[in-house]
Design a protein. Structure first.
Length: 113
């Protein structure tokens, strides 16, 4: 899959869990499984650059940063609770042959559809 990098096996990411991965360009990404849907967002909170993968993925689909409590929608990256000043970048994700593959960043309008 051109532009997509396999990062974790679907079997290794149970529902409600998330994992930190680093793309070849050094970009930290948080890959999650929310209610059976896998996705990926930047792993850095936009407030204070704390790893979101060290936080909590709530049942309502919000990712919570443990440092200052900022919350983001895991699917769109939208800020759901401050002090986060900006949304998270969202990455395209595909599943192929049992592997979750992360692709390029998604334009905001695409992430919300």
């Amino acid at each position: 899959m051109n532009g997509y990098l396999p990062v974790v096996a679907v079997a290794d990411l149970p529902e409600g869990e998330m994992v930190a991965v680093t793309l070849p360009d050094g970009e930290p990404v948080c890959v999650f499984n929310h209610a059976g849907t896998v996705g990926a967002v930047s792993d850095m909170c936009t407030h204070a650059l704390f790893r979101l993968s060290d936080g909590v993925l709530h049942a309502d689909g919000t990712l919570e940063c443990l440092w200052h409590g900022a919350k983001f929608d895991c699917h769109t990256g939208a800020v759901k609770r401050h002090p986060a000043p900006a949304p998270l970048p969202v990455y395209a994700v595909r599943v192929r042959d049992g592997q979750i593959c992360v692709g390029p960043r998604v334009v905001a309008e695409e992430a919300e559809s």
